[in-house]
Write a new protein. Structure first.
Ligand SMILES: [Zn+2]
Length: 478
């Protein structure tokens, strides 16, 4: 059987975090009572006129520039006609033949291989409403919540340049980081602000055949995208391997079963009967406008990674992890500006901080631990008030309670013992209790020293200064 490779293209929908919706003044917020953020415009009632929210255009241009796209000087909105119960006006305002942004790219590095993934287009559109299906056996109804109707979306479409599920996941992670850096979306997948469909076909590795592709929907996390693409790739390889043909269709990801299932055959663009929206004027984009937005673009993840390496002397790995999200990079820089030991700060942020975020399933911005908490603790550690071991416990308590390091160590009596006389007494006790080990050390067994230091640490409940203990033991044994 030949080796197969995947040909994957992604369609990503991003909800923009503007204050109001795309074409009316209704608030763009998540989680309101159903059907409270609606008006005749976003419901498409007769006799109303939509007007484009300027912020949508600005966010869209910002995104296009961050993804290295050409920004059109002339663009327009089209109606995408289809009937679905969550779409009261039976068409969606979208863009068809004249999208705002085209021909961009995003560079990826996966397993040490650098690849450029083409961005076909980025266009503006509005979101549809949401169906809430009745639950339970007798629930033979669905309810419609139109709060989301008219929420501004960007659709980002890639070229079929991705070659594996790993690359697809890496692309999405990088795209999400960029969108957060440029502050156009909160990218919360669980609230639907970032959604992704994927096209996938397979072919013998190294060939340029384009086989029929399937489109996979219903993936609600990056992990789901990765798993769904893996499962679908396997399914298609088995079909070709058995001498059959893959059928072009839309499939849904079933998370519980770990498989994709057929939904329907794929629609063609002609099914939507696109035509220019007669209610919205075409968009003429001035070069000044684009230049201004380009100048206002913040530093993007890749540039920030390079700067972290140069400015802080960090290893490339550290710089990559720290700049993978803007809040994390901001947290790190806030710490470093107050505590000028970049590698030590990096170790704590990448180690304990990320570990605890994962344990408690929190985002950087959701914790009670601020940069000043960490800086204060690092200073106590540096001046020897607490030991490294105690510092870890203090860090965890700061993380959970938001208390300051000083407050915690005073309340718990965790101040490091550096007093030589006091430590000397403990060392004497330990040496007296382990004469055999002392002999071992005198006979050249280096490991014996570590054991003795460990005993002193234990006797002082981790509060002894290990360097001092080390020195005192050596002095006393020699
Ligand atoms: Zn409205």
């Amino acid at each position: 059987m030949p080796e197969y490779e995947a040909v994957i293209g992604l369609e990503v929908h991003v909800e923009l975090r503007t204050r109001s919706k795309a074409f009316c003044n209704c608030p763009n917020v998540f989680g309101s009572e159903p059907n409270t953020n609606v008006c005749p415009i976003c419901l498409g009632l007769p006799g109303v006129l939509p007007v484009l929210n300027q912020a949508v255009l600005e966010y869209a241009v910002r995104t296009g520039l961050a993804l290295n796209c050409e920004i059109a000087s002339f663009s327009k909105f089209d109606r995408k006609n289809y009937f679905y119960p969550d779409l009261p006006k039976n068409y969606q305002i979208s863009q068809y033949d004249l999208p705002l942004c085209r021909n961009g790219y995003l560079d990826l590095e996966v397993n040490g291989v650098r690849r450029r993934i083409g961005i076909t287009r980025v266009h503006m559109e509005e979101d549809a409403g949401k169906l809430i299906h009745g639950e339970g056996e007798k629930a033979d109804y669905s309810l419609v919540d139109t709060n989301r109707s008219g929420v501004p979306l960007l659709e980002i479409v890639t070229e079929p340049d991705l070659r594996s599920p790993e690359e697809a996941r890496a692309f999405l992670e990088k795209l999400k980081a960029i969108l957060q850096y440029i502050d156009v979306s909160d990218c919360k997948m669980e609230e639907g602000s970032l959604r992704c469909d994927a096209n996938i076909s397979v072919r013998p590795s190294g060939t340029d055949i384009l086989n029929p592709k399937t489109e996979i929907k219903n993936m609600n996390s990056f992990r789901a995208v990765y798993r769904a693409l893996g499962a679908e790739m396997e399914r298609q390889c088995a079909i070709w391997g058995a001498g059959d043909r893959v059928v072009r269709e839309t499939r849904a990801w079933n998370e519980a079963e770990g498989t994709t299932v057929a939904m329907r055959t794929k629609e063609e663009a002609s099914d939507y009967r696109y035509f220019p929206d007669p209610d919205l004027v075409p968009i003429v984009i001035g070069r000044d406008f684009v230049v201004r937005i380009r100048e206002e673009l913040p530093e993007l993840p890749e540039a920030r990674r390079q700067r972290f390496i140069k400015e802080y002397g960090l290893p490339s790995y550290d710089a990559g992890v720290l700049t993978s999200s803007r809040p994390l990079a901001d947290f790190y820089e806030a710490c470093v500006s107050a505590y000028r030991d970049p590698k030590t700060v990096s170790n704590w942020v990448m180690g304990e901080f990320l570990r605890l975020l994962k344990v408690f399933d929190l985002e950087v911005t959701e914790t009670r631990l601020t940069p000043s908490h960490l800086v204060e603790m690092l200073e106590l550690l540096k001046e020897g008030t607490i030991s490294g071991k105690i510092a870890k416990a203090v860090f965890e308590e700061m993380f959970q309670t938001g208390k300051r390091a000083r407050e915690i160590i005073e309340a718990k009596g965790l101040i490091q013992i550096s007093d030589e006389e006091e430590l000397g007494r403990v060392v004497d006790e330990v040496l007296a209790a382990h004469p055999g080990v002392v002999t071992d050390y005198r006979n050249g067994k280096e490991k014996a020293l570590a054991f003795l230091v460990g005993q002193v640490m234990k006797a002082t409940r981790g509060k002894a200064n290990p360097q001092t203990v080390n020195r005192i033991i050596k002095e006393k044994i020699q």
